[in-house]
Ligand binder design. Structure first.
Ligand code: ZN
Length: 120
């Protein structure tokens, strides 16, 4: 089903991508697997086959998490808490936060690229 929808604003498309939904319609899923975007949206037919996010999502993830995780890691390191407990907990928290945020940042990048490509 291919529908003609108006192009969403950059903010709306980025937010829909953050929610892992199609940036164009916001109804269908943007990813088939963890970081594998759909070729075309199953609801509106928007084409995402030629959008390459490249390193943008990784950079955005680091930019978003770094200001929180670097002071947290430093604080834990100088706290004097037992390293056998705090370092594994900190590692799991950091890896979990990255794994949670990375596909969302990829959705944001795809949403921004989709709107800026079609909005010319
Ligand atoms: Zn769609």
């Amino acid at each position: 089903m291919v529908m003609t929808l108006p192009l969403p604003s950059l903010r709306v498309a980025a937010f829909r991508g953050f929610r892992l939904l199609c940036p164009h319609c916001g109804q269908a899923r943007l990813f088939t697997r963890y970081l594998k975007p759909v070729e075309t949206c199953g609801h509106c037919g928007a084409d995402y086959s030629d959008i390459r996010a490249d390193d943008g999502p990784a950079w955005l993830t680091v930019l978003c998490l770094g200001p929180f995780l670097a002071p947290l890691a430093f604080g834990v390191a100088v706290s004097g808490w037992p390293a056998m407990i705090t370092y594994p907990v900190l590692a799991v928290a950091i890896i979990g936060a990255v794994l949670l945020l990375l596909p969302r940042m990829k959705g944001v990048v795809i949403g921004v690229l989709h709107v800026s490509r079609l909005g010319k």
